[in-house]
Design a protein around this ligand. Structure first.
Ligand SMILES: Nc1ncnc2c1ncn2[C@@H]1O[C@H](COP(=O)(O)OP(=O)(O)OP(=O)(O)O)[C@@H](O)[C@H]1O
Ligand SMILES: [Mg+2]
Length: 247
């Protein structure tokens, strides 16, 4: 079953037609390069897949339970907290569990009757159990390894993300997506802010990742190594080609 299916999508911006009745699907594990001239709609297409842009007509279907990670072309959202903590908190569900733990710990400081105390303590034990499971699935050392692969130094782990320059913030965002290991990764020009060692590291890392990926990238060599199918935005619409960019 496909992860995502786009059916008959049409989009206009300020009267200009970007897509007209286009459709495509993304299957599990597929590596897709998304190409097209500047301004042809590559970023808009990715943003549609994560529901940041709504098509004027047509439908995007995401299979249930599918997790999509999106690295935008401009990482400008304010990311709070220190670098390592930002990564750990990006794990789906972790923040919610931590918030609830804090809330219950506060409640338990009040004078509760015995029954209520027991109820809250039980819930707290459950939450700690869930958190411990997340710690096993997403260990902190894995987050550190990814950050190091993308060029961060061990001194950086405790630095506030807000102190980082745009390029390094983008690396932090990329690291958090890789750490979450979603079913589908959407990367919009990830190599723009990376130096050569980090690009090489990312290449190796992505080879090991089993999920699907849509990659927008002007670096043909990088694209050729990474993809097995190309979706091309052409004046006549969207076309899909088997093989890498050269093919
Ligand atoms: N929110 C918006 N409102 C109005 N116009 C928009 C909006 N988003 C994109 N556009 C326009 O839609 C067109 C497609 O933009 P998009 O950013 O998707 O192209 P792109 O292929 O990613 O370009 P690039 O290669 O420069 O990154 C452009 O003409 C852009 O100016
Ligand atoms: Mg773009």
């Amino acid at each position: 079953m496909s992860l995502i299916t786009a059916i008959n999508i049409s989009v206009r911006f300020a009267g200009k037609e970007i897509f007209s009745n286009v459709g495509f699907q993304v299957d599990p594990g597929e590596r897709i390069g998304l190409v097209g001239p500047n301004g042809s709609g590559k970023t808009s297409l990715l943003r549609m897949l994560v529901n940041e842009v709504s098509p004027d007509s047509g439908e995007i279907r995401v299979a249930s339970g599918v997790c999509v990670g999106y690295l935008s072309q401009n990482v400008h959202e304010l990311i709070s907290g220190t670098l390592l903590k930002f990564l750990l908190d990006s794990v789906p569900g972790r923040l919610k569990i931590r918030d609830e733990i804090q809330k219950i710990e506060k409640i338990l400081k009040n004078n509760l009757n015995e029954q209520e105390q027991k109820r809250q303590a039980l819930r707290l034990a459950e939450l700690h159990h869930d958190m411990a499971r997340l710690d096993i699935d997403y260990p902190a050392h894995k987050a550190e390894k990814i950050l190091e692969g993308l060029g961060f130094k061990s001194d950086d782990m405790g630095r506030p993300v807000s102190e980082l320059s745009g390029g390094w913030r983008m690396r932090a965002a990329l690291a958090s997506i890789l750490y979450q290991s979603p079913d589908l990764i959407l990367l919009d020009e990830p190599t723009n802010h990376l130096d050569i060692p980090s690009v090489r590291w990312l290449e190796k890392k992505k080879k090991k990742y089993n999920g699907a990926m849509i990659l927008v990238c002007h670096d043909r060599e990088f694209l050729n190594h990474q993809v097995g199918r190309v979706i091309s935005i052409e004046p006549e619409g969207i076309r899909s080609y088997a093989g890498n960019y050269d093919a």
